[in-house]
Design a protein around this ligand. Structure first.
Ligand SMILES: [Zn+2]
Length: 208
């Protein structure tokens, strides 16, 4: 089983000034959903783990969150990909739960569901709390330079506040480039240009 645990805000959708409270406000980071599809086609399961304290604070309800994720699932499916599930912490910071990242509870739930060895889980996101949850899990850590990490770039020193061993990638697509083995196209390869086969549209039930 190959498992990637993604963050949502700042990684799949841009960070706004405030919580995303409705599906209308949800848009994808350019290229991020296509990167999910490429993972899927290489046999990786993709699951999202996200803190949604706006629920606990009453800023939106579960129906609104489900509508946001339905839109996200549809857009991923439209580019031939699939997010298996979205695990979220609904608690506000002062509720002292074990699932709010950087606590590893949410990621532990996902790992238990899939039965993957800790060190084989790829935890990918753009914010420190997601990566600290991944570090507590014992996973492989990958920072993508979108969202709150947009000022960073690969090759520079790992900023303070990120777990040691975190690998830095310019984008989710660049992470996928590194993760997946290079497969040369069998038919008429174009020199200097990687060839990627068109993704097969995924249909079927989306598990939320
Ligand atoms: Zn929680």
């Amino acid at each position: 089983m190959k498992l990637v645990i993604l963050d949502r805000d700042g990684t799949l959708n841009p960070l706004g000034d405030d919580y995303i409270t409705s599906a209308d406000e949800w848009t994808a980071v350019p290229g991020a959903l296509e990167a999910v599809a490429r993972l899927n086609h290489a046999g990786w399961h993709v699951v999202v783990a996200t803190n949604q304290p706006g629920l606990g604070r009453g800023l939106f309800d579960v129906m609104a969150l489900n509508a946001i994720h339905t839109k996200m699932h549809r857009q991923v499916a439209a580019v031939g990909g699939r997010i298996d599930a979205v695990f979220y912490c609904p608690h506000a910071a002062d509720e002292d739960c074990s699932c709010r990242k950087p606590s590893p509870g949410l990621l532990e739930q996902i790992r238990d569901r899939y039965g993957v060895e800790r060190q084989d889980v790829q935890v990918v996101g753009s914010c420190a709390v997601h990566l600290h949850a991944g570090a507590a899990l014992g996973a492989q850590l990958h920072l993508v330079c979108t969202g709150q990490s947009a000022p960073l770039q690969p090759g520079s020193d790992l900023p303070a506040g990120l777990p040691p061993g975190t690998q830095v990638h310019a984008s989710l697509g660049d992470f996928v480039d590194q993760l997946l083995p290079v497969v040369l196209a069998s038919a008429t390869p174009v020199p200097g240009q990687a060839s990627v086969s068109a993704p097969t549209p995924t249909t079927g039930t989306v598990i939320v």
